[in-house]
Design a binder for this molecule. Structure first.
Ligand SMILES: *Cc1c(COP(=O)(O)O)cnc(C)c1O
Length: 233
């Protein structure tokens, strides 16, 4: 085994430890219980071997953006107790494979996609956990439901029996993180005042650059890629 590879492999483990520590410290700083926060390791573009390194270091939740790439890794890592999260944009023709292979989908932004996932979720599997992705900064190029649509969309998704609506997800515009994450938290809290949505328990926000701000604003799942696996090509 080459010394270079050895060093590289250890890096993932060290970075994972470092990220878990950052999560812990940010939670304690604002009086939150660190155990309320799940680390989702975002492994897009990473080979299965790197996910395996993180898995061996204790990581269980992995997030993927591209279906074809994800299916390859799910196959390669079959038999491990990994919880797979789909976090990328969803085209209608991809819903069946997503419904059949993932435990969570963070990027549901329209009812049609939710209905397809609901119809296609196999009866042999538990309901699919979903978050509504919100276009929190009203960016023309970004996916996500518009802020005004979120309430009705959440109520509609909540009636679908093969889905389990868990909460909201967003990717803030660069530079606007602090304000955007705060507004997402307020939207989430408002949603939870709706009697049928009191059970919501997930705020999926925070990436490598804004993890601390997200935790300060109530994030329950941080989606971290580069801080664990290094820069993507
Ligand atoms: C890539 C990605 C992340 C992780 O971003 P990093 O900056 O690498 O931590 C989180 N969420 C989504 C939706 C992503 O596409």
């Amino acid at each position: 085994m080459g010394g270079h590879l050895f060093k590289y492999m250890h890096k993932i483990e060290d970075k994972l430890t470092e990220v878990l520590l950052r999560i812990r410290q940010s939670a304690l700083k604002v009086g939150r219980n660190p155990d309320e926060i799940t680390l989702l390791a975002v492994s897009k573009t990473q080979p299965a071997a790197n996910l395996r390194r993180a898995y061996d270091a204790g990581q269980r939740h992995f997030g993927e953006n591209y279906l074809r790439e994800a299916l390859g890794k799910i196959e390669q890592l079959r038999g491990l107790d990994i919880v797979w999260h789909f976090i990328g944009p969803i085209q209608s023709n991809k819903t069946r494979a997503i419904a059949e292979h993932f435990a969570w989908v963070h990027s549901v932004d329209r009812l049609k996609i939710a209905q397809r996932l609901n119809e296609q979720r196999p009866e042999s599997m538990p309901p699919l956990n979903v978050c509504v992705q919100v276009n929190i900064d009203r960016e023309a190029t970004k996916s996500g439901a518009e802020v005004e649509e979120v309430h009705d969309l959440a109520l509609a998704i909540n009636t679908l029996s093969r889905l389990r609506l868990r909460g909201l997800m967003a990717i803030p515009a660069p530079g606007a993180e602090k304000d955007s994450l705060h507004r997402l938290m307020l939207l989430y809290e408002k949603l939870k005042t709706e009697a049928d949505l009191r059970h919501l328990d997930t705020l999926s926000m925070g990436m490598s650059a804004d993890m601390e701000t997200a935790i300060t604003n109530g994030s329950t799942i941080v989606r971290i890629g580069t801080a664990i696996f290094g820069a993507r090509d």
